[in-house]
Design a protein around this ligand. Sequence first.
Ligand code: ZN
Length: 379
Amino acid sequence: MSPLRIPYTNPLPPAIVFPKTASSVAGAIDAVAAFFSAPPSPFLQGVDVGKNGQTVFLTGAGISVASGLSDYRGENGTYVRNKTYRPTYYHEFVTRHESRKRYWARSFVGWPGLVKAKPNSTHRAIAELAAKGYISCVVTQNVDSFHPAAHPGLATIELHGFLRSVVCINCHNQLPRHEFQQALTRLNPAWADFLHEMLESGALDTNNREEQQRRGLKLNPDGDVDLPHAPYSHFRYPACPHCLAHPPVLKDGSRGLVETESDGAWASPSTAGILKPAVIMFGESTSPVVRTAAEEAIDDAGRLLVMGSSLATYSAWRLVERAHHRGMAIGIVNVGGVRNESRLFGELLGERYMQNHVRCDHKSEMVLPEVVSRLPPLV
Ligand SMILES: [Zn+2]
């Protein structure tokens, strides 16, 4: 069975900093620069020697914090700041009209902040490092589309999909999220007025987080906000236009029913035409095609650098485990502990093995831009 995306909220052990000099920012910059410049790991198993000098990146929510998005687990992360936060699960979303109302209402208010948020110095450093010939591919858990925006010429594999589109769960057609936002605005005039007021007041300004928090609004990594007292029950969302025109055949062989109100809002007797964000929701299986592509990206490179991820999702941890079994050099730049890191950086692994590895407990934006400025072009 495909691994599910599930939130992992248990505490993690503290970071195992390696080498010890990487505990300071200056030491971490030296160590990460050395990681990129070192000869390929002598433990590396693989055939594609040509790319063994290159690095595959695996990134998570931590690198988008500097763009104004929240982390899941960081010092101000969603799980830390809001203990009652509970994402909408896939099975609830596909089976319950009420869940979809709640999800889309929160997403409707969160969207303008996400549109406004831009890639940051970490994404730009990745673009520059790729231009210098050091990176083979980026695999990301992030759904914010900052990677493809910052480095369109470097392949990005989006493990958990992306918020820039919505997709129909029946016919699988995609629509741009910004068009979907226009439909939500039209179907929910009172919410549109509320959103307009929030935008005018600056409460949704992602650069003004204190004001945002004062208003009780929190933009989560999945692009939604928490609206503790807003009534979701009247929120309305459109049906898939393709399924509305051509009702699909359901899995049991019956013809799906797609009914809308006169203005196009999905109506509850319907059994199909349900649009969802083009992200892997919590409790949803990851795509086998994307997973295979990510595994190939690991196998094509000689080093793996993890940034801004605690590897809490199983699909991300599995890629790192794969890299470890291949004998790849592994680097981790992440504030706070990482799932199973003692398996990667434990003292039992031996000095010669550890020589290829780096682990620092700093924010990526403190380290990577300076590293990139020091490294000479390889091509
Ligand atoms: Zn459809």
